[in-house]
Design a protein around this ligand. Structure first.
Ligand code: CP
Length: 333
């Protein structure tokens, strides 16, 4: 029985049980051990999609996306559907009571009656926190303004470890990662750096490539927190000069700020003529702009499509763990 098998896997992995009935709001909630167990479960979903068919049968997801989304919304909905559950989708907050002045708390109170889990993307960074306080079903932050996008970051780290699983062995050679973006303004970058800070043993150097000085590239305390976690971080404004030494190049150039697309760092571009190291992989949360040329799509550097594909399995694993019924009382955020 797929349901029983999954329950057994989760029961055997103590760290996965800590996700049951918990909100997922920040990547800071994920310990390395939880991540690794989650990735193992994601890999089981990826290798054996038929084996775990309907663990969420009879459960309802409330999918509330008040900002544009292709991947996050559809991959969460695909994951939930493929796990056997049903979905209620809201794509426009002006069609809810919020347009009439209803509070987030009251909307959340209603969500408790209608579904088993909420996935929310909202440009108001506070919305997810305010809803979480009134929810008795778990909520996942699918992007809150410029602040966080934890499940994207989980998919990013899953991709890196799938590319080089041997990184987790004792004698692995550490890698050099370049992150092109603005950690202060980009939620995907912020959440990724937080997760990477738990893998300082496998990262020789993390180069943040930005056309901004440290003061405006990083939020207050962000750089210091990464260094305190043991990461060897350096800021650079020179992409092509760094590329020959980078094993992983993560690039992003847009953020969605107050209902508008904000382009940052568009001086940096990658194409099939870029001086990439042999064997290096490129990651991008997508949607892309001119910073990632389509000429790279047919090269072995393209791991960004695999990254988007893998996100479905990570989300399947996460949703399954979060919606296990336990006696646990939900954390109040
Ligand atoms: N990576 C990501 O968040 O993509 P979407 O905006 O399409 O969801």
């Amino acid at each position: 029985q797929p349901k029983q098998l999954l329950r057994t896997i989760i029961e055997e992995h103590e760290q996965l049980q800590t996700l049951a009935n918990r909100h997922v709001i920040s990547s800071g909630q994920f310990s390395r051990d939880v991540m690794l167990q989650l990735f193992r479960l994601a890999a089981k979903f990826e290798c054996n999609p038929e084996r775990f068919n309907s663990p969420l049968a009879g459960k309802l997801l409330i999918s509330a996306f008040y900002e544009p989304s292709t991947r996050t919304r559809l991959s969460f909905e695909s994951a939930w559907h493929r796990l056997g559950g049903d979905i209620m989708s809201i794509a426009d907050r002006s069609t809810t009571g919020i347009a009439k002045g209803e509070s987030y708390a009251d909307v959340a109170e209603m969500f408790n009656n209608y579904g088993d889990c909420v996935v929310l993307r909202d440009s108001d960074p506070e919305a997810v926190y305010q809803m979480a306080r009134s929810l008795r079903i778990p909520i996942i932050n699918a992007g809150n303004g410029i602040m966080e996008h934890p499940t994207q970051a989980l998919a990013d780290v899953y991709t890196i470890l799938k590319w080089r699983p041997e990184l987790l062995t004792d004698d692995a050679k550490p890698i050099r990662i370049g992150v092109v973006g603005v950690p202060k303004r980009m939620r995907t970058v912020r959440s990724l750096l937080t997760l990477l800070s738990q893998f300082s043993d496998i990262i020789e150097e993390l180069v943040v490539i930005s056309d901004r000085p440290a003061k405006t590239a990083f939020a207050d305390g962000q750089l210091e927190a990464l260094e305190e976690a043991g990461l060897n971080v350096r800021l650079s404004n020179e992409l092509d000069g760094e590329l020959p030494e980078l094993d992983v190049v993560y690039i992003n150039a847009i953020a969605w700020v107050k209902n508008a697309r904000e382009v940052m760092g568009n001086a940096f571009r990658l194409d099939d003529q870029s001086p990439l190291k042999e064997g290096a992989i490129i990651l991008h949360p997508l949607a892309r702009g001119p910073e990632l040329d389509v000429s790279l799509d047919t090269t072995p550097h393209n791991w960004y499509f695999a990254q988007a594909r893998g996100a479905v399995f990570v989300r399947k694993a996460l949703l399954t763990c979060m919606t296990q019924r336990t006696e646990r009382v939900m954390d109040v955020v």
